[in-house]
Design a protein around this ligand. Structure first.
Ligand code: IPD
Ligand code: CA
Ligand code: CA
Length: 266
């Protein structure tokens, strides 16, 4: 599998930040027993990972713009390209010593995501995709799952929590989906959820309240693995509406249909 020079830059940045996160993750597991817990430490780990990524990316392409979760937006002189970076997706997992977290780096060209890298250092799984060149996990080609009926499907989602999301609306959606599928998973790292859809491990996924850095790399990965992604209403505006529905062509459509069912009247 030949990677472009650009994708290589993204891979090197993700691996380097991932190694830093893996070292800090070991320490987080030791800090669980302390009274204050490891939250300050985790925030430092998060910022350190972002610094590593931005340093590597801007060294290779100094004119590109950046949208990164911790440091925000920086316009590039290039005007066409933008890196979209989540240095640590799955922070709550990381904080609790759960090894489901990842680095996520997407590249936008003229407003379209054209390449993505997601790296889970705890499992040493590297997911990569480039427009027109397919999607890979550790150099093995990925394809979305081919299941054709929701009743056979395992669907991923993100559950709102304290201070986040529309709890009532989500519960209605969940009650509809849970009645149709063979399993639901909430793994706690949206970038990995999307990589899992691309890898055919999850048959579909939906979540609200996501930011471009949660979505960018995963979106190109699913498309390049032959899958479908859209916003909650079936349109292309995932970054604007901050939500996503994903799956193979059929499951993506069915999932939207189920999510759209009206709330039962009591
Ligand atoms: C979060 C994770 C989580 C999702 C949240 C995200 P963070 O990202 O992706 O799975 O449910 O909406 O904010 O904060 O860990 O980078
Ligand atoms: Ca995130
Ligand atoms: Ca994050």
């Amino acid at each position: 599998m030949a990677r472009s020079a650009l994708l290589n830059v993204m891979v090197q940045a993700a691996l380097k930040a991932g190694r830093s996160l893996a070292r800090d993750f070991g320490e987080v597991q030791n800090l669980q027993v302390s009274l204050k817990g490891p939250s300050d430490y985790v925030s430092q780990a998060d910022h350190k990972a972002e610094e590593i990524i931005l340093h590597e990316l801007s060294r290779a392409r100094p004119t590109y713009g950046v949208l990164a979760e911790e440091s925000g937006e920086r316009k590039g002189t290039d005007g066409q390209h933008r890196w979209i970076v989540d240095p640590l997706d799955g922070t709550t997992n990381f904080l609790h010593g759960i090894p489901m977290f990842a680095v996520s780096i997407g590249l936008e060209r003229q407003g379209e995501v054209v390449a993505g890298v997601i790296y889970n250092p705890a499992m040493d799984e590297l997911y990569t995709a480039e427009r027109g060149n397919g999607a890979f996990v550790n150099d093995r080609r990925m394809r979305v799952a081919g299941r054709r009926s929701l009743s056979d499907c395992v669907i991923g989602t993100g559950v709102p929590h304290l201070g986040r999301g529309h709890h009532g609306r989500y519960l209605v959606e969940l009650s509809h989906v849970m009645g149709e599928v063979s399993g639901i998973r909430r793994m706690g790292a949206a970038a990995l959820d999307l990589a899992y859809v691309a890898a055919g491990r999850l048959d579909g996924f939906w979540e609200e309240g996501l930011s471009p850095w949660d979505l960018a790399a995963g979106v190109i990965m699913i498309r390049e693995a032959g899958g479908y992604v859209s916003d909650r209403s079936g349109g292309p505006q995932m970054f604007k509406h901050n939500n996503i529905v994903a799956g193979n062509e059929r499951i993506h459509k069915e999932l939207i249909g189920v999510l759209d069912r009206p709330a039962p009247t009591t």
